[in-house]
Design a protein around this ligand. Structure first.
Ligand code: CTP
Ligand code: MG
Length: 360
């Protein structure tokens, strides 16, 4: 009868979800960096820190981005930030120029200083060699304290539910790179943008939520302005994850596969691209209320458009993380979300499904 059919349908789905979840774990594990790679990267960081200290003795060189937030894949680039604990320090662009010269003289890295970029950085790379078969790529910036804090925020979200959050994020990073929709320079979205889409979905779309909103939780003790603000931006969030784990448990029991299927469905069908802003801090916001309406209509041509796709930065709330996404880029990204939904809806065998999803 009809109930039998329904039950068979549900149990078929459960079988698919179990198999797909296992395939996702396996897929991601194979792409994690090796211990050796992480050790080489840490050695490179220490070496660079020693060199920088010959210019600025009171400086520290810290990792941020994927090497520090738990979302690192084999051969990811390395994001480093130099903090200088002295009052009379050189400007970021002077530091970039000086450090560029020093590294050119003292190391084997290919060095490219970009002192006049919006955020001045030195780009470094090492070509592949027998000991380092994939080479290494690294950006060094200065005083980017907000990036250090947003890295810590993402890391805390990853720690709350490591299995589901890390598997989803890492899979989506591989998928978006293979499908060529992970390059802000070509009008699509950065990895950072995709991570925010996942966290937004897990806090604000899934019901019951998979993650709590760390920026809206009541603090344990009174907090002062100066402790929580960096350059006028409120960077406070609940970061005692041990305690949080004792007090908060998600009642959402979806498997990683269920979440991935829903993620693709939500961003191919339900997210309101024309009017909505995805904010992990505040939920679904309106472009209008942030003054982020499209500026395309009369005065600007398409290349000046900044707000086709809107993702609010968690701390720098006037900053649209997806501002580089062009009309064509968004069309491509949405097309990929739909393609992925379509593939998973056919419930192919899991390993084949992942291979097809990530086809280059
Ligand atoms: N970042 C930022 N604002 C952006 C883009 C990036 O603050 N618009 C900072 C974030 O701290 C982010 C880091 O730069 O964690 C690195 O960004 P990105 O390279 O996009 O992410 P990764 O996780 O490092 O991904 P990948 O492995 O692809 O390099
Ligand atoms: Mg990076």
């Amino acid at each position: 009868g009809p109930y039998g059919a329904q039950r068979r349908h549900a149990s078929k789905h459960r079988f698919f979800a179990v198999e797909l979840s296992q395939a996702l774990f396996d897929f991601v594990i194979q792409r994690l960096p090796t211990q050796e790679e992480m050790a080489v990267k840490e050695d490179v960081r220490k070496l660079l820190e020693r060199l920088i200290r010959t210019i600025e003795p009171d400086s520290r060189l810290l990792s941020f981005g994927s090497t520090a937030n738990g979302f690192s894949l084999r051969n990811s680039d390395m994001d480093l930030c130099c903090l200088i604990d002295s009052d009379e320090r050189l400007s970021a662009s002077d530091m970039v120029t000086m450090l560029g010269d020093l590294l050119e003289r003292e190391t084997k890295f290919n060095v490219k200083p970009l002192p006049h970029a919006r955020i001045p950085i030195v780009k470094l790379s090492l070509d592949p060699s027998p000991g380092l078969p994939l080479g290494i790529a690294c950006d060094i910036g200065f005083e980017n304290r907000l990036a250090l804090e947003n890295t810590r925020l993402l890391m805390c979200y990853a720690m709350i539910d490591p299995t589901r959050v890390r598997t989803l994020v890492l899979f989506l990073k591989v998928w978006s790179k293979r499908r060529s929709i992970n390059s802000p320079y070509q009008g699509t979205l950065s990895s950072y943008g995709y991570v925010l889409l996942v966290i937004y979905f897990l806090i604000h779309v899934k019901n019951p939520p998979v993650l709590p909103n760390l920026q809206q939780m009541p603090p344990l003790r009174p907090i002062s302005q100066e402790d929580t603000h960096i350059g006028g931006h409120n960077t406070w969030f609940f970061d005692d994850i041990e305690l949080l784990r004792q007090r908060w448990q998600s009642s959402n029991t979806d498997s990683v596969a269920d979440l991935l299927i829903d993620f693709f469905r939500y961003y191919s069908r339900d997210f309101t691209y024309n009017t909505g802003v995805a904010s992990i801090r505040g939920g679904l916001l309106k472009k209008e209320s942030k003054g982020w309406q499209n500026e395309a209509s009369s005065r600007y041509n398409d290349s000046r458009e900044r707000n086709r796709f809107c993702i609010e930065d968690p701390f720098e709330i006037d900053f649209n993380v997806a501002r580089c996404v062009t009309k064509e880029g968004l069309y491509q990204i949405r097309g990929e979300f739909m393609r992925a939904s379509r593939i998973l809806a056919m419930r192919p065998r899991a390993v084949a499904a992942l291979a097809q999803l990530c086809e280059e």
